[in-house]
Design a protein around this ligand. Structure first.
Ligand SMILES: N[C@@H](CCC(=O)N[C@@H](CS)C(=O)NCC(=O)O)C(=O)O
Length: 338
């Protein structure tokens, strides 16, 4: 008799732990009625407040899509601006439910910090901006330069790697707040401004004379940016991960903000599964069957979200590049809903 009981007890204990760990975040969010997202303090195209305090950007839309998937209502998304240094503590402590803040997926962050990256909403890489009158055309001509950057970022670390491996000297001028970095660079306290290339396009808009500055051709790192959650809650991890995948799959399947309602009548089985007219995929992550419909209605598909916030027709004017779908020469690729 002894033998079967022990494994049974061990199994029960495991099941209890798994159940309590897996339900908490989504239930808490539903109970409080808002989704709290950690965002940057003001980065055009990613997360930026206007004069009335309305936030916009691709990271803000990612948060709104998750709120829409959970509540059927994107206005339930709330935003907590965080510096690079503050962001992980805010997520670990539960001050925010998810970080949608131009945060690079690295091994340390995905393991040691007790966090999990859920996917990539923007494939980026680090670049350099200089004054045109500095007269350089390559980052390899920057030996001896002073470089402005943000503390608590991968940017600082890549900068050190790049200059060391290229056998070049440099001096770092680092600040916690991004606006301090921009102001210091604009005031001529450093020769170079380095951050994610998307950040350079965004921050250049804040300079007194944007046209006096240029972005050098070298991209020195991989910066896969994406939403992050705490470890230990698989259900919430799945909600965030699959909301992002739903937006990418929607683009691939030709479902957009405008046609999503009529697409519910589509004969394509993949569209039916995505939009909840076949199967119970929403239910499998603790949501309703029309979770993806709500997300797409709120922000459009991935391509629409990209074009509206950072694409060629915006003031940032960024080409889709790596962020094209895999079917179009890019690396945006979502596993199938099935
Ligand atoms: N992706 C890098 C850098 C992220 C970062 O914080 N970049 C700065 C410079 S673009 C920023 O977001 N500033 C905007 C803000 O803090 O509001 C990382 O995850 O460490």
């Amino acid at each position: 008799m002894k033998k079967p009981i022990l494994p049974l007890l061990a199994g029960a204990a495991f099941a209890l732990t798994a159940a309590s760990a897996s339900a908490a975040t989504l239930d808490d969010i539903k109970a409080k009625g808002t989704l709290q997202c950690g965002v940057s303090q003001g980065l055009p195209g990613f997360s930026n407040p206007d004069a009335q305090g309305n936030w916009s950007g691709i990271d803000v839309d990612t948060c709104k899509a998750i709120a829409a998937a959970v509540f059927g209502d994107a206005s339930k998304a709330a935003f907590t601006p965080l510096s690079a240094k503050e962001r992980f503590t805010a997520l670990q402590s539960g001050e925010v439910d998810v970080l949608t803040r131009n945060t690079t997926w690295t091994m340390t962050r995905d393991t040691d910090l007790g966090l999990n990256f859920t996917g990539v909403n923007y494939y980026d890489g680090q670049g350099f901006m200089v004054r045109k009158d500095l007269g350089v055309s390559s980052a390899l001509e920057l030996s001896g330069a002073s470089v402005c950057t943000n503390t608590g970022t991968t940017t600082e670390l890549n900068l050190a790697d790049y200059f060391r491996k290229s056998d070049m000297d440099y001096e770092v001028v680092a600040f916690e707040k991004a606006d301090e970095v921009v102001a210091a660079y604009d005031a001529g306290r450093c020769d170079v401004y380095t951050t994610d290339a998307s950040g350079l396009y965004a921050q250049r808009l804040k300079l007194a004379n944007p046209d006096d500055h240029m972005i050098l051709p070298e991209i020195i790192s991989k910066e896969p940016l994406g939403p992050v959650v705490r470890q230990g809650d698989d259900q919430w991890f799945n909600v965030v991960k699959w909301t992002l995948f739903a937006l990418v799959n929607a683009e691939e399947l030709g479902v957009n903000q405008e046609n999503v309602e009529e697409m519910k009548d589509s004969d394509n089985p993949a569209i039916k599964r995505l939009l909840g007219t076949e199967g119970s995929f929403g239910e499998s992550i603790g949501l309703s069957s029309d979770w993806a419909v709500s997300a797409i209605k709120a922000v459009g598909n991935y391509g629409e979200m990209f074009e509206r916030n950072v694409g060629p027709d915006t003031e940032l004017g960024i080409d889709r590049g790596l962020n094209r779908l895999w079917t179009d020469g890019g690396i945006q690729y979502a596993p199938p809903v099935r």
